[in-house]
Design a protein around this ligand. Structure first.
Ligand SMILES: C[S@@+](CC[C@H](N)C(=O)[O-])C[C@H]1O[C@@H](n2cnc3c(N)ncnc32)[C@H](O)[C@@H]1O
Length: 277
């Protein structure tokens, strides 16, 4: 089929997507057809996709923890594996609340560092109901995107470097601190799929020499912000888990590692001892 011929059917589009190397061509074709408002729209979307733009950037949204999260061009696409970080955070936040006792339960105070589109915060709010959410990203495009995704839940979204823009009134008050920060070692970026390498910003991927540069800074300052008994949760590669746990111990937090084979996801938890002020 030539590019100038109109795309008439699902099977036409499947063929074009398949020829371009899209593995889930059937599903993608269905989503593109559902999303397009006009045949012209559909043709544009199919050609964007065959040119290598991530499906989520073509559609303008990603599915994450059952939510449809807006993902603007140039903003990191939330990954399925990060749903594991959210599930672990939800379980810990529920424990915090049940320990406080139903009558005393306050909305959980949650910080999402390196929030990207704001997907993790949105999913935590959807699962937990009332939360006080603070999200931060360095990239202005991500901050705009997160603000639009989180407006309905009244989250505060800040632009800046890690903890810098957060109000100091949060010191010692954060129940759950999540960070899916960049953790790809610089040299491994060249091995990533083209969709990520070309269409996602380097700042969203590059974790420095061993991939842990940003996470080291996240962990080092976490004890200042966590409430006694509060939890830091970070996503890492499986091979980085041991080193990340050592850094967590070095900063006085109690480490725990969780892994999901299904999602190929690793989360390191650092808990601030409950008897510290
Ligand atoms: C791997 S992406 C994850 C985004 C989001 N947490 C998610 O799971 O979809 C990492 C994000 O960290 C942001 N980032 C990188 N360095 C940062 C820094 N020093 N302070 C705040 N955000 C940073 C990037 O802009 C990017 O949005």
């Amino acid at each position: 089929m030539s590019a100038s011929q109109p795309l008439r059917s699902h099977s036409d589009i499947v063929s074009v997507l398949r020829a371009a190397g899209c593995v889930f061509a059937e599903d993608e074709a269905r989503l593109l057809i559902e999303q397009a408002r006009t045949p012209g729209d559909l043709a544009t979307m199919v050609s964007q996709r065959t040119a290598g733009l991530p499906l989520e950037h073509v559609l303008g949204w990603a599915q994450f923890c059952g939510l449809r999260v807006t993902v603007d061009p140039g903003v990191f696409v939330p990954r399925r594996r990060t749903e594991f970080l959210v599930h672990r955070a939800v379980a810990l936040a529920r424990q915090c609340n049940s320990q406080a006792g139903a009558a005393l339960a306050q909305p959980c105070t949650v910080v999402d560092l390196c929030c990207g589109s704001g997907a993790a915060g949105a999913a935590l709010a959807a699962a937990l109901g009332r939360i006080e959410l603070y999200s931060v990203d360095l990239d202005p495009a991500a901050v705009r995107c997160a603000r639009s995704n989180l407006a309905a839940i009244g989250a505060r979204v800040y632009e800046g470097d890690l903890y810098d823009p957060l109000p100091v009134t949060l010191h010692g008050r954060v129940d759950v601190l999540v960070a899916n920060a960049p953790y790809v070692p610089t040299e491994a970026i060249g091995l990533m799929p083209a969709e990520a390498r070309i269409h996602e910003p380097r700042i969203a991927l590059d974790g420095g020499c061993d991939g842990l540069d940003i996470l080291r800074r996240v962990i080092a300052a976490a004890p200042i912000w966590l409430a006694p008994g509060g939890h830091l949760l970070i996503e890492t590669g499986q091979g980085q888990a041991r080193q990340a746990a050592k850094i967590i111990i070095h900063h006085g937090l109690i480490p725990r590692t969780s892994h999901s084979d299904d999602l190929n996801a690793t989360v390191i938890i650092g808990t601030k001892p409950a008897d510290t002020g």
